[in-house]
Ligand binder design. Structure first.
Ligand SMILES: [Zn+2]
Length: 66
């Protein structure tokens, strides 16, 4: 007799090492506005490195908040 007990499924991984934050830089004239796939958007900057840096800071902050 095979009596199968339905046990609890394994818990999903709570540590997300790869959060779903995909950054894209949208150009608006001379400005660059960082946008994230999670819905976040940063202020438009004239400097691409600065826009990227702020986007990276957002991802880091979201990762820590989890
Ligand atoms: Zn995000």
């Amino acid at each position: 007799m095979h009596y199968r007990r339905k046990e609890h499924p394994p818990p999903p991984a709570q540590r997300e090492q790869h959060p779903t934050h995909h950054i894209t830089l949208s150009e608006r004239g001379p400005f660059l506005a960082p946008r994230c796939s999670c819905g976040w958007s940063g202020p438009a900057r004239r400097s691409r490195p600065l826009a990227r840096d702020e986007a990276a800071a957002h991802v880091a902050a979201e990762s820590e908040a989890a």
